[in-house]
Write a protein that binds this ligand. Structure first.
Ligand SMILES: Nc1ncnc2c1ncn2[C@@H]1O[C@H](COP(=O)(O)OP(=O)(O)O)[C@@H](O)[C@H]1O
Ligand SMILES: [Mg+2]
Length: 332
């Protein structure tokens, strides 16, 4: 649809289809007075076409990274290329290609949703019928056509986040960067944002999303890079990373507290290494969980309180992160 753009049209050569979406080489950033670098020599290639997650706990350096990609702050060292263009010297090209959704909603509270979209569309150089059609399309994407003419200061956090997201989509970028777009919002808004990101990705848009929710990355992303203390810890596809760690524990949750006799009986089952009881929860570590699980369940059904849930064999990115950081990481 770029042929309908009314101002600042994309130039031939704006985008090199063969170049990766994003390439970082030795990217570092130190803030004045900062004790340690916020980013410390990050090398990363984000291929085109996927949903790529930047994962890390609070303070890891996600916003610093996103802000450099968006041209909001300068790196201290290293290089950044977006669709083959250097962010420092070729920002004019990148402006058309890239959409940035910052962590803090960058919207005008006293303007309506429609006025905000109109304003940010004009900032991108859009005008005329194309601008109007993009405002309407973005209101629909955010599911706020009914609230289009309300002042944004009346919106809930979820609505602000949804508006913030579609502002980044006004100029139909081919690469969309979102910094923690679902922190502290209602479940419907979160689900809508996830749904829209999948739709955009299916339409060919490359998405880079930062999050500290490991489950969100597992659900949404094809590939992830985990960063901590400004360093890249690991990068790979989600299945690849999950295969690095398999949880050998069986976790049971009961409706009422089981007694110590049940724990002792389970401890005697071949393959069971340790049984830990904490209130209504029981964690059973096992060397041979595939063998031990059937006798455990028989015993629980015969002698235990009613079972509420059973979790077994589920590795998570959270465990991968904790094992790679020596279990010292705080995720939230
Ligand atoms: N403007 C700034 N001035 C000084 N230190 C900063 C600034 N922005 C971020 N930092 C520091 O850089 C580190 C990374 O922060 P940030 O990129 O915001 O992490 P994240 O987004 O992963 O939570 C933190 O230690 C933070 O305190
Ligand atoms: Mg942040």
């Amino acid at each position: 649809m770029t042929q309908h753009r009314c101002a600042s049209p994309a130039q031939p050569g704006d985008t090199d289809a063969r170049a990766p979406a994003i390439e970082l080489l030795g990217l570092s950033k130190s803030f004045p007075g900062g004790r340690a670098p916020a980013l410390d020599g990050i090398d990363l290639v984000v291929p085109r076409g996927g949903i790529f997650g930047i994962l890390g706990p609070n303070g890891a350096g996600k916003t610093t990274l996103m802000s450099i990609l968006g041209g909001l702050i300068l790196p201290s060292a290293g290089s950044v290329r977006i669709a083959g263009h250097d962010v420092l010297t070729e920002s004019r090209h990148i402006r058309h290609i890239l959409g940035l959704v910052p962590q803090e909603p960058a919207i005008y509270p006293t303007l309506t949703a429609r006025e905000n979209l109109d304003f940010f569309g004009r900032m991108q150089g859009l005008s005329g019928a194309y601008l109007d059609s993009r405002v309407q399309a973005c209101l629909e994407l955010a599911e706020m056509t009914g609230e289009a003419d309300q002042r944004v200061e009346q919106f809930s956090g979820g609505y602000k986040r949804r508006l913030n997201m579609v502002i980044g989509l006004m100029h139909e970028p081919e690469i969309l960067i979102l910094d923690e777009p679902t922190v502290a919002i209602d479940p419907h808004s979160r689900a809508l944002i996830h749904h829209r990101l999948r739709e955009l990705n299916a339409a060919g848009i490359t998405i880079l999303i930062s999050t500290h929710y490991m489950e969100e990355a597992e659900l949404l992303c094809s590939d992830v890079a985990i960063i901590d203390h400004g360093r890249l810890i690991v990068q790979g596809s989600v299945p690849e990373l999950l295969a690095r760690r398999r949880d050998e524990a069986i976790e049971l949750q009961f409706f009422s507290e089981p007694d110590g006799a049940l724990a002792q009986a389970l401890q005697a089952i071949p393959g069971v290494r340790q049984v830990e009881l904490a209130g209504c929860r029981m964690r059973i570590s096992s060397d041979r969980p595939e063998l031990a699980i059937a006798p455990i369940m028989q015993r629980v059904q015969a002698d235990g309180p009613t079972l509420r849930s059973l979790v077994y064999g589920r590795a998570s990115l959270e465990q991968v992160f904790l094992s790679l950081t020596g279990d010292r990481g705080e995720l939230r």
